[in-house]
Design a protein. Structure first.
Lengths: 117, 117
């Protein structure tokens, strides 16, 4: 158990709909990362938040957005869903620079499997 | 842009034997981190081992060790005394060091390891 939690585990929805994925980082971690794992694109970085602020963006579609709340949990919002958005979405967290045993290491949650029908 | 290449889509090894998974990467940075993650059928991403580029000594974690060749940009994973529980997809990943603001992981395409009883 990495200490990162994600809900829900599975999500089945229809095209055009909107969903929200939730992530709680490990205790003390300030950074949250979102990754998408699909069969054709592999593991791709979407976005990073650090202590409530957006830090970096990767290959995140405009239909997707995210935020990190004051309690450090994060949500990834996916809207106008398409069949191609079906994937496993991972959240990872890491501790602040110079803190903890391995501040540069990301620990992953169990993922949310999204199926768009 | 950094790239990570895993040229072995699939590997197999007899139980109790040793296997080496290959990974090469491309970067113009001098300081960075490299990781191996394991993804068993549960789809959880589990950290196996990490290596700091500034360290000449190869990292080891019990039966797992790496052969880090910085000049060759090579980072292979050796699994000794292979066990059935080692069966999984293994991903090599790269991260810039001390790049506070964008600590995304760049992943290879993975190597599926099968353990033969």
């Amino acid at each position: 158990d990495s200490g990162v939690t994600q809900t829900p585990k599975h999500l089945i929805t229809a095209t055009g709909q909107r969903v929200t994925l939730r992530c709680s980082p490990r205790s003390g971690d300030l950074s949250v990362y979102w990754y998408q794992q699909s069969l054709d694109q592999g593991l791709q970085f979407l976005i990073q938040y650090y202590n409530g602020e957006e830090r970096a963006k990767g290959n995140i579609l405009e239909r997707f957005s995210a935020q990190q709340f004051p309690d450090l949990h994060s949500e990834l919002n996916l809207s106008s869903l398409e069949l191609g958005d079906s994937a496993l979405y991972f959240c990872a967290s890491s501790s602040p620079p110079l803190a903890g045993a391995h501040p540069d290491t990301q620990y992953f949650g169990p993922g949310t499997r999204l199926t768009v029908l | 842009a950094q790239t990570v290449t895993q040229s072995q889509p699939e590997m197999s090894v007899q139980e109790a034997e040793t296997v080496t998974l290959s990974c090469t990467y491309d970067t113009s940075e001098s300081d960075y981190y490299l990781f191996w993650y394991k993804q068993p059928p549960s789809r959880q991403m589990i950290l196996v081992i990490r290596q700091e580029a500034y360290k000449q000594q190869n990292a080891t974690e019990n039966r797992f060790s790496v052969n880090f060749q910085k000049a060759a940009k090579s980072f292979s994973l050796k699994i000794s005394d292979s066990q059935l529980g080692d069966a999984a997809m293994y991903f090599c990943a790269y991260r810039k060091s001390n790049n506070f603001g964008n600590e995304k992981l760049t992943f290879g395409t993975g190597t599926r390891l099968t353990i033969i009883p």
